[in-house]
Design a protein around this ligand. Sequence first.
Ligand SMILES: C[S@@+](CC[C@H](N)C(=O)[O-])C[C@H]1O[C@@H](n2cnc3c(N)ncnc32)[C@H](O)[C@@H]1O
Length: 302
Amino acid sequence: MATIVAESDVNDEPNVTDPGAAPYGNFINYYTFNPPENRLCLIPNTLLNDIGYSTKSHETILVLDVGCNSGDLTVALYKHLQGAAERNLRLLGFDLDEDLIRRAELSNPFPENISFIPLDITHNVLSRTQLERYLAGFGRSRFHLSACLAVTMWVHLNHGDTALLEFLGRLASLCDHLLLEAQPWKCYRSAARRLRKLGRRDFDHFKTLEIRGDIARHITKHLEDRCGMELVSSFGNTTWDRKLLLFRTCERKQIHVASFTLLIDAVIFHHEKLRGPHEDITPHGNVTLPSVATLSLWLANI
Ligand SMILES: C[S@@+](CC[C@H](N)C(=O)[O-])C[C@H]1O[C@@H](n2cnc3c(N)ncnc32)[C@H](O)[C@@H]1O
């Protein structure tokens, strides 16, 4: 399933020969043109300490690598975060491409501490169940840190705006800290152009996406306004001019998001209780109830 591609195809250069499609970013030789060091050099190797996990603690630190490709970055991230300190660190990398995961497993130098599983994050129930099962093995309900590097565009192009927002919500609910590298809009155009040049079918959603332009800003806004997270650091831009952002869950916002969800549930419940089976008129008179969508919008603006 994985596809060979040349550096120029991903790095926005227009002169493409025939790199193959890699419609999910599942490039077979990704790390030959984007070595882990390109991103890791921006991330302090004291990151775990900096976000509050002291080396003195005996707690096992759980890190998730979303869309881990052939695992090169996962392994490098493990070494980077481990630093000089002896930490009890466990990484779980997953990717929808089973061939890439097989390669990651075969070349894994730390099988005790790093695991790889095939998983598609857009399969809501299955992905949640599998990740929760992994966490339960450590008596946890969230990863301490999730890395989601160069994946958002592929989810967005293949599944659309709503799926991207759901994906971000799921990530936020799964971790205390989130390290994110979102591809900018110009990469979307390059990816679509590449498919066209190959005579392949366009990405299902490219033309109809409403989230476009400054993608990092849209994502940050959604994580902050809707997912109970806050931006705590920007580690600068990669050589491909992509921002590396660090978010953390914010208790105050979590409460807000939880109460907002409860409020919506309550509105839906009462709405359905009051409404007759096929009408929008309450049994109490001629009062028309606003639709659930209208109420949700109204509440979202409070
Ligand atoms: C461009 S690569 C980035 C790899 C790695 N995260 C990095 O930055 O070095 C994108 C990876 O995301 C994976 N991917 C795309 N959509 C996915 C999904 N819905 N679920 C899991 N993995 C996905 C692809 O298979 C591919 O290996």
